[in-house]
Write a protein that binds this ligand. Structure first.
Ligand code: 0L1
Ligand code: MG
Length: 262
C-alpha cells in the first residue's frame, strides 16, 4: 500500500460525499497516481465502514466489468468487485429518483443467491453451481462518481465499482436444468430493445464471475457466506437513462423485472 490510513479515510469521505450529494469528482488517481490495488480496495472498504457506522447493512456483493461489452465500453481488462447496501435495493416495478443520482446507466445482470459458503483460492464454476440456491434477473443501476463516467480501474474500485441501485425480480430458478451460458437477455428502454445478449458474455459462464469473486475474497482471508445475493456483472454494455425512462429486463426462463426513473 502507498497511501496512509488518513488519506484512505479522507478519500473515502470525498467519494461517499460525491455519492450522497450526487455530484461528480475528478478521478482520484489524478492526485494519487501511485496508489495501488490494495489502496483502492481499502478506500472501498472505508466507504463501507462509514455506512455501517450509520446503521446501513450489506445486502449483497457484486462483480463488475465481467463481460467483453463492459470491458470494451470502459476500456479496461479486469473484473472488479464491490458491495451492495440496503438503500441500494429498489422493489420490482419501483421508482428511482433520478435527481439523487449523477449520470445513471442500467445494465442487465444474472443474479446468484448462494445456499452454501464459497471460498477461494481454487473456486471454480462447478463449486459455484453446487453452492447456488437460485438465480434470478436483476437490473443494476451504476452511477460513477467520476466526471463524465470516465475512470481507470483503481479509481473505480475505490468508488465501489460505481454501485448505486439494483432491482431484483422475475422468477427465482434453481440452476439444475438451466444452461446459464445460453440464457437470452433483452434489456428494454421505453419499450424498445436497447441491449441484447446471452449469459456466456459474462466470462464465458456467469458462474465464473462468482468464482472470481470467491477467489478475490479468498486472497484476503474472506469468503462468500451462505445466503449471499451476488450480481454477476452486466451481460451487455450499460445504457444511459434519464428521468421519464421505463426500463425492463427479460431473461429467458427467468421472467422479467422493471423500474422507472422519475
Ligand atoms: O457493475 C459494473 O459492471 C460496474 C463496474 C464499474 C465500472 C462501471 O462503472 O461501468
Ligand atoms: Mg454491474
Amino acid at each position: 500500500m502507498t497511501l496512509s490510513q488518513q488519506s484512505i479515510e479522507q478519500l473515502a469521505e470525498h467519494l461517499e460525499n460525491a455519492e450522497l450529494q450526487a455530484h461528480e469528482v475528478v478521478k482520484i488517481t489524478e492526485a494519487h497516481p501511485d496508489m495501488d490495488w490494495d489502496d483502492a480496495y481499502a478506500i472501498q472498504a472505508a466507504i463501507l465502514s462509514r455506512k455501517l457506522a450509520r446503521g446501513k447493512r450489506v445486502v449483497g456483493l457484486k462483480a463488475g466489468l465481467t463481460s467483453r461489452g463492459k470491458m470494451k465500453q470502459m476500456g479496461v481488462e479486469t473484473p472488479v468487485f464491490g458491495w451492495l447496501v440496503d438503500y441500494f435495493s429498489v422493489p420490482d416495478g419501483g421508482e428511482i429518483e433520478t435527481a439523487r443520482l449523477i449520470h445513471p446507466k442500467v445494465e442487465p445482470e444474472i443474479v446468484f443467491v448462494t445456499k452454501r459458503a464459497l471460498k477461494g483460492p481454487g473456486c471454480h464454476i462447478g463449486a459455484v453451481l453446487a453452492a447456488t440456491d437460485f438465480v434470478m434477473p436483476g437490473i443494476e443501476i451504476i452511477d460513477s462518481r467520476y466526471k463524465d463516467f470516465k475512470f481507470d480501474l483503481k479509481s473505480v474500485i475505490a468508488d465501489n465499482c460505481s454501485s448505486s441501485r439494483f432491482v431484483l425480480g422475475g422468477q427465482a430458478a434453481p440452476v439444475a436444468g438451466l444452461d446459464l451460458r445460453t440464457l437470452g437477455v433483452v434489456l428494454e428502454k421505453n419499450g424498445e430493445p436497447v441491449a441484447i445478449g446471452a449469459g456466456a458474455a459474462v466470462l464465458g459462464h456467469p458462474a465464473a464471475a462468482i468464482a472470481a469473486l470467491a477467489n478475490h475474497l479468498g486472497a484476503r482471508g474472506e469468503e462468500i457466506p451462505a445466503g449471499t445475493m451476488i450480481l454477476s456483472g452486466g451481460v451487455t454494455e450499460a445504457v444511459s437513462v434519464a428521468a421519464g425512462d421505463d426500463v425492463s429486463l427479460r431473461i429467458q426462463s427467468l421472467g422479467s423485472v422493471s423500474t422507472r426513473f422519475v
